[in-house]
Design a protein around this ligand. Structure first.
Ligand SMILES: NC(=O)NC(NC(N)=O)C(=O)[O-]
Ligand SMILES: [Zn+2]
Ligand SMILES: [Zn+2]
Length: 460
């Protein structure tokens, strides 16, 4: 069966159903899972429409709810055609697009429409959208909820792009009041400027110089404010890309006090460590920064005990020149890591050695990310009635990240040359075979743009 085909049944000896892996046939009709038969007899389905994947593992497609697709406006950094193909090659079947780095940013209903127009006809996986909260756009928030954003993102520190300014405490009070009763969610880039001397500015090409410019306390003070606001307004709040383990006790205490708070970390904070970042290697620069190995261990422990709820990519690419590789100056380079295609194998390479199961992987990369966006009624699980979004992969197969296999618009990823465990064989989105062994369907999915309230923008 070739990419682009609509699949009526997927048969495998290893289907992950809940916590169990067993032989099964997944019957698909009109893009939905019709039934999951725990036998391997496909019944009346014509053999040409059955995708038999042998021993490959079949599980729900990944829902990556932190992806910066910078189209329109900075399409040279990343666009829908390349980002969603990279996603499909990585077993990601839904991306949720951040409201910044595109121009215009998604801070009004009109800008959302522009984004959706840009995405139409270019997506190989399903795409949903975050709106942005910036100073002065309060009157756009409820209209954007109605227009279908799955939630909102704000920054408590400079975002890296001038057209998406960070919010003040006052902006947050008005935004959270407006979001009360909507079941929407406010995501926070949780770092705050602290007004204390950060020590002498060392060699800008040494990673330690950049790291010491963004100490843990910047995350802790930001998260202190988020936990207070979350408890005060009882609006769902979500901390994106937690890097420091220092604020974990604040997070734990807020959750225990009943705050509707969730937290994500990213694959790079779990896979990379400050000690291993060479001088000038600005492809590793992101904000908040990758911290040391001891901190990484604490993040893994927090993932294990549920203080951290989910894991995402925070794919935030730019054009190669903006990474300033020739100077290697961390203070001038763009902060953001290009990694969308490699999240699943990156996570699994470490997680399988740390006692995490494949079912844990589904919880952390599919179910809870879908739940954050209120897409869990159709995404993130293998259930009749859910979208037939499947990743078919071999968790035991190792592969080397080679430049020719990278489908991001720009190939500058810190993972080049790394050996990862967990090779994706095929990816289905709503029953369409969009990716199989290095090839993509000829056509994009069309629109398949997801809006909140579970509806789909069938065509623009
Ligand atoms: N403008 C950005 O893409 N910023 C992103 N940059 C990172 N993470 O380094 C982010 O998520 O904050
Ligand atoms: Zn951020
Ligand atoms: Zn981001």
């Amino acid at each position: 069966m070739e990419p682009g085909a609509s699949v009526r049944a997927v048969r495998s000896q290893r289907v992950l159903c809940g916590d169990e892996i067993r032989p099964a046939v997944i019957l698909i009709k009109d893009g939905k899972i019709e039934n999951i038969l725990h036998c391997v007899d496909v019944g009346l389905v014509a053999s040409a429409e059955v995708l038999d994947v042998g021993e490959h593992l079949v599980m729900p497609g990944i829902v990556d709810c932190h992806v910066h697709v910078n189209e329109p406006g900075r399409t040279s950094w990343e666009g829908y055609w390349t980002a969603t193909r990279a996603a499909a090659a990585g077993g990601i079947t839904t991306v949720v697009d951040m409201p910044l780095n595109s121009i215009p940013p998604t801070t009004t209903v009109g800008h959302l429409r522009e984004k959706m127009q840009a995405a139409a006809g270019q997506c190989f996986v399903d795409t949903a959208f975050w709106g942005g909260v910036i100073p002065g756009n309060q009157l756009e928030l409820r209209p954007m909820v109605q227009a279908g954003v799955v939630g909102f993102k704000c920054f408590l520190i400079h975002s890296g792009v001038d057209e998406f300014p960070h919010v003040t405490h006052g902006d947050l009070h008005s935004a959270l009041q407006l979001l009360q009763g909507t079941d929407s969610v406010l995501l926070f880039h949780a770092e705050r400027e602290i007004h204390q001397p950060l020590g002498d500015s060392g060699d800008p090409c040494e990673y330690s110089t950049f790291l010491s410019s963004r100490p843990d306390v910047m995350e802790t003070e930001a998260i202190r404010m988020v936990t207070q606001l979350c408890q005060q307004y009882q609006v769902r709040c979500h901390i994106v890309h937690l890097s420091s383990a220092q604020p974990l006790q604040l997070i734990r205490a807020a959750k225990q006090a009943g705050a509707p708070l969730t937290v994500e970390t990213t694959h790079h904070y779990l896979s990379l460590a400050a000690e291993h970042i060479p001088p000038g290697a600005t492809q590793f620069k992101c904000c908040p920064p990758i911290r040391d190995m001891a901190n990484q261990e604490l993040l893994w422990a927090a993932l294990k005990d549920g203080d951290i709820d989910m894991v995402v990519s925070d794919h935030s690419p730019c054009t190669p020149d903006l990474k300033r590789l020739e100077s290697g100056d961390f203070t001038q380079a763009w902060g953001g890591i290009s990694s969308l295609q490699f999240g699943l194998p990156l996570f699994w390479t470490s997680a399988c050695k740390r006692g995490f199961s494949l079912a844990d992987t589904v919880r952390l990369l599919c179910q809870r990310t879908a739940r954050l966006c209120r897409l869990d009624n159709q995404k993130g699980s293998l259930r009749p009635g859910h979208d037939a979004d499947l990743v078919i992969w071999n968790p035991d197969k190792e592969f080397e990240v080679k430049e020719g296999d990278i489908h991001h618009k720009n190939k500058l990823t810190p993972y080049l040359g790394r050996t990862l465990r967990g090779e994706v064989y095929a990816t289905l989105v709503r029953g369409r075979l969009v990716y199989k062994q290095g090839s993509f369907s000829q056509q994009a999915l069309g629109t398949h743009l997801l809006l909140s309230h579970g509806c789909t923008q069938a065509s623009l």
